[in-house]
Design a protein around this ligand. Structure first.
Ligand SMILES: *Cc1c(COP(=O)(O)O)cnc(C)c1O
Length: 392
């Protein structure tokens, strides 16, 4: 559901500041120097909205968009989003002809993928734009260095036939969030060798790309021709131990808001929420927040169950989740403050108003901010502010 700012405030909503996304991409562009910026908009634009995030990123200067699965790339094209677009996570029997018809760049980590893509190109009469992926140490997708020469030769043979063009050579970091880790150096060297080997065999790639957000910010010598930035586009820090978003010129785009559904006075010794893992230590006011794990609020943010509970801003103060996060709701302990049903609750935002950030939630839930922002459910309305057309 998409609402516009100013529409009746729902009991809970995710707000996305598109101006922050534009500004973040402009910052990444400046940092990327001569390299182009691919804004990664997989997973519904990291929960911010696929098409809205893509358009804002393009307005900020991203010349490429990237998705994991092909359906996301096809959804972008169906919405009329142009520009270079790459989808990299494919399985045998992928809808390759749809990819080629929609002008989506594709990737191969194995010769079977090259064969399927070449077959789709013959069928459609379109020349596929192919990126070859080498595994330089993540141990996820990509050809092993042992299999790389055969993959390159296989693709170049299909290129000679005219059915595809090897436009990209690429890989992905395992530990760029620890920029000084020796594995990064090993991966960079492995990537350079893989590129040199492919070029020696005749590849003439348009783009060589390796850097994610962390490497874009912290490892400038890994920018090559294109950086693939995801998390930083949304104003979150991929290196939270080293830099908060403002330290690297970024601003968090997402904030999550609710209105208290109910407040009530309860005596000392009252058990709160399932399992009674939180028990009031004095007479107090409890506030009910109409958001739960089915909305994407992690149950790991529960309080009183071995942890302090994730932070929320209510009535000008940061409070903690009291007791278990339920499917649709959770409770906060408001003490003796004059807070009432209908008052605003901010789970997290950019922090400027004193509210917690997505990173604060990640820390409280012992996870990463990526997981916090990507999990909000479709039933929560997304409200967009800062659209370009709103600018006076
Ligand atoms: C998700 C992803 C990215 C973006 O990673 P961030 O850490 O969010 O910048 C880049 N490349 C690939 C292959 C990815 O899967």
């Amino acid at each position: 559901m998409v609402e516009h700012a100013g529409a009746a405030v729902a009991h809970a909503q995710v707000r996305v500041d598109l101006a922050a996304i534009r500004g973040n991409v402009a910052e990444l562009r400046a940092r990327a120097g001569s390299a182009q910026v691919m804004a990664v908009v997989k997973a519904d634009g990291y929960g911010h909205g696929l098409v809205q995030a893509a358009r804002a990123a393009q307005a900020g200067g991203a010349t490429w968009l990237g998705t994991a699965v092909l359906t996301e790339a096809l959804a972008l094209r169906a919405a009329g989003v142009g520009g270079r677009l790459m989808a990299w996570l494919c399985a045998p029997g992928e809808r390759w002809t749809d990819a080629l018809a929609a002008d989506v760049d594709v990737s191969a980590s194995a010769t079977w993928a090259v064969d399927e893509i070449a077959a789709a190109a013959r069928e459609t009469g379109r020349v596929a734009r192919l990126h070859l992926k080498v595994d330089t140490g993540l141990g996820r997708s990509g050809a092993t260095q042992a299999d790389w020469p055969a993959l390159v030769d296989h693709a170049l043979k299909a290129q000679a036939e005219g059915v595809l063009e090897v436009v990209g050579l690429w890989s992905h970091f395992a530990i760029a969030d620890a920029p000084y880790h020796p594995v990064n150096t090993a991966q960079i060297e492995a990537f350079q060798s893989a590129v040199a080997l492919a070029e020696a065999r005749g590849a003439r790639p348009e783009v060589r790309h390796l850097a994610n957000s962390a490497a874009t910010l912290m490892l400038p010598h890994t920018h090559f021709d294109l950086v693939r930035a995801g998390l930083a586009v949304y104003g979150l820090s991929p290196v939270p131990d080293l830099a908060a978003p403002p330290d690297v010129g970024l601003r968090q785009a997402m904030s999550v808001h609710a209105r208290l559904a109910l407040t009530k006075r309860v005596p000392a010794g009252s058990g709160v929420s399932y399992g009674h893992f939180y028990v009031t230590d004095k007479e107090t006011t409890l506030g009910l927040v109409p958001l739960g794990y089915a909305d994407g609020v992690p149950r790991h943010g529960s309080g009183g169950d071995g942890g302090p509970g994730a932070p929320v801003l209510v009535g000008g103060k940061v409070r903690r989740v009291a007791g278990r996060v339920c499917m649709d709701q959770f409770v906060v302990d408001l003490g003796d403050d004059d807070v009432r049903a209908g008052d605003d609750v901010v789970l997290f935002g950019d922090g400027v108003g004193g509210e917690p950030t997505a990173q604060d939630w990640a820390q409280a839930c012992r996870t990463i901010s990526y997981e916090i922002v990507t999990r909000f459910a479709p039933r929560l309305p997304r409200v967009y502010t800062g659209a370009e057309e709103d600018r006076a």
